[in-house]
Write a protein that binds this ligand. Structure first.
Ligand code: UT7
Length: 311
């Protein structure tokens, strides 16, 4: 029994904050943000829209895409570091909003790697024939833990949600290999300090430009393929320079890499599933494509997946 992605969905808030808007908030400028990060604008959720509300909108789209009802879900996994409340979990709130009465529900904390961790957790239940349909959501309302006076961090982040339904797929399709990792000794470089995100950008950058390319190549090789076989790369959307390092290591062209960081900034756990959902919908990812998902984040954590697209 192979596990694969059988439906995707995403939601981003309507409110756009451009780099020019950021210039009015902190001592920064559009040129610095664009050249250092690739970000041009980000989405910010209104006060009355919390993490579970964005998760719900992405989940509804993913269920529709997978052509299954909420009652058919066996489990809901939500990856987030910005839950509405510490408990009940966002996954339980989502279970109620969706009416997924049969589903077990839990949140998962692995920062920006959370979606990859969630998909791999879901895979275990499916491949052991324990569960059939599992909803995995990556969602963040980072704006509520952003220090809007700290130019080192506030220009980087945005809000949004991405979702995928994981289920059984035919032989040769679905998740072919994965890698998950953590290095708690680096936790001090990216954390929530009191109320806000605090980051040593240079240290996280050094870790990311080493880890993302390495993990991308590792999963391709573990799956028994060569770098040249990769059709599409979905890296965590944190910084275009880090994403480019992964792309160059795989030796693939720019048009084969998802790049939504420009429009949404870094949405942490939501960034990979948002990019995936967009690229599936705009036809960039096609049946039988070899796709690599790769992320890194606070913890420190990292994770990558090689999968053959299709059901
Ligand atoms: O999901 C994981 C989350 N985190 C990341 O992915 C972050 C990884 N790190 C990065 O993306 C980069 O390190 C940053 C984009 C955060 C920073 O880029 P950098 O090229 O590493 O810049 P830097 O930290 O070396 O800072 C260069 C200068 C500093 O000034 P001085 O000390 O050289 O005078 C900063 O104060 O840029 C200054 N600076 C800014 N200037 C204008 C920092 N933030 C800003 C800003 N606008 N927003």
């Amino acid at each position: 029994m192979n596990a694969g992605i059988i439906g995707t969905g995403h939601y981003v808030p309507e409110k756009v904050l451009t780099n020019l808007d950021m210039e009015k908030i902190v001592d920064t400028n559009d040129e610095w943000i664009r050249t250092r990060t690739g970000i041009e604008e980000r989405r910010i959720a209104e006060d009355d829209m919390d993490t579970s509300d964005m998760a719900y909108l992405a989940a509804v789209e993913a269920l529709k895409d997978a052509n299954i009802s909420a009652e058919e879900l066996d489990m809901i996994l939500v990856a987030t570091v910005t839950p509405d409340t510490p408990f009940p979990s966002v996954s339980c709130m989502l279970q109620d909003k969706l009416g997924a009465t049969r589903a077990a529900a839990m949140d998962l904390s692995a920062a920006c790697s959370g979606f990859v961790y969630g998909v791999i957790t879901a895979k275990q239940f499916i491949e052991t024939n324990t569960y059939k349909n599992i909803l995995v959501v990556g969602v963040e309302k980072l704006s509520k833990i952003t220090d809007w006076t700290d130019r080192n961090t506030c220009v980087l982040f945005g809000d949004g949600a991405g979702a995928a339904v994981i289920g059984p797929v035919s032989e040769g399709k679905g998740i072919l290999s994965f890698e998950l990792g953590a290095d708690g000794s680096g936790g001090k470089h990216l954390l929530q300090n009191e109320d806000y995100i605090s980051m040593n950008g240079r240290e996280v950058f050094k870790f990311a430009v080493r880890q993302m390319p390495e993990s991308s190549v590792n999963v391709v090789e573990k799956a028994g393929f060569n770098k040249e076989d990769v059709d599409y790369l979905i890296p965590h959307q944190a910084n275009i320079r880090i994403m480019e390092a992964a792309r160059e290591k795989l030796g693939i062209s720019q048009d084969k890499m998802a790049c939504s960081v420009k429009r949404y900034g870094n949405t942490s756990a939501a960034s990979i599933p948002i990019a995936l959902s967009e690229e599936v919908k705009n036809g960039k990812i096609k049946t039988d494509d070899l796709v690599v998902l790769v992320g890194f984040g606070g913890g420190l954590t990292w994770g990558a997946i090689a999968l053959r697209w299709g059901i």
